[in-house]
Design a protein around this ligand. Sequence first.
Ligand code: AMP
Ligand code: GLY
Length: 436
Amino acid sequence: MKVLVVGNGGREHALAWKIRQSPRLTQLWIAPGNAGTAEEGENVPIAADDIAGLVAFAKKQKVDLVVVGPEVPLTLGLVDALAKEKIKAFGPSKAAAQLEGSKIFCKLLLRQSDVPTADYQVFRDADSAMRYVKARYPNENEKTPLVVKADGLASGKGVIVCSRREDALDAIDRIGRKNEFGRAGLQMVIEERLDGPEVSILAITDGKTILTLPAAQDHKAAYDGDTGPNTGGMGAYSPTPVITQELIETIEDQILVPTIHTMKRNRKPFRGVLYAGLMLTQTGPKVLEYNVRFGDPECQPLLMRLQSDLLDILEATVDGRLNEIELPTWDPRPAICVVMASQGYPGDYENGRAIRGLDAAAAIPNVKVFHAGTTLVDGQVVTNGGRVLGVTALGSSLADAKLQAYTAVQAIRWPGAWCRKDISDKAIQYTMEEAR
Ligand code: AMP
Ligand code: GLY
């Protein structure tokens, strides 16, 4: 089977690494890939959002399956464009990808499906949004637990969580007047601010059958103790004690099943990965957002634990026969992924720093270093992004996996490299609190 993976992050390296283990694979390309994916297959210099370029390449090489990593090509309709050429692709259609591409689309669908989510209002201009906030919170100093969101994709930055009225008005100004998020901000959603621990649940679905993956937890804040600015994710681990089997069943019944069902009824069947970002509130789990792809870095520890053939699962999803394959098996051992980042990330940073110690890290048992922002320059691996590596390890316990991952982190060096030191500590704290 000839496979093309689209994207260039840590998630795509993990996908390429796992796909390469399939005995059914004959050829693997990654577009555009990074220095890590170059070791799993052949990188091709086509950008992930170059739909015409990707389709032309897949056609020319007679690719059997395209696996789309990031959301942008999905929302641009890559899967539809490939389908027109009779090329199979893993990921939702453009219409179904609206679940991530438009917060308004997502909210309407949640409402239609009776799925628990924060109450919200939609606004087309800043004036009416400001009037709404002022009418609802007439006292300037009153607490204002609102979240202001740009409707479209904004690399995770278009969501502003507010406490004071001033914050909400400022957020509306940034989205609706200063146009900080461009076209993504043409409309906005203002919703009530929810409270509780945040978890994510990922499921693979062919539009009928839902295969919920083991729970994984991301660490979105830049610094230890969940402080500092939001990032794409500074680390992840799986499984997490925060999500019990009982809770997974509740999430399936109240959230995933009705969502998939409504998408099908609306003639926008969802195929691919449905990633539910949830808040566990006092009144039960509520949806904060949907993503339509694997999370990055959640994908790295998940695939490290997957024992079954990923190609079989991806292909069955595309073919709509997920109910026919055997349930995947998972390594019972926990896995953790620690993201090593460039100095300055999530703000500005410089590229081109030579990375040392990758071989020493790779020699540590049960460790896999997934590349994210890296590239090859004259045979040397150099930094080429904010999130540079996802150092991932399996261990007999979470503490053991953590030790392995951080031992590998210590072997790797470049000027300005940094990481969070507390990835997975949440789980250990949580287990202690539960035991008390
Ligand atoms: P989103 O991209 O919609 O998941 O939002 C990014 C982050 O903003 C989430 O991971 C939450 O931490 C936070 N967030 C989004 N919506 C809400 C909400 N209604 N209440 C509290 N926090 C929220
Ligand atoms: N780790 C969060 C995301 O992929 O959006």
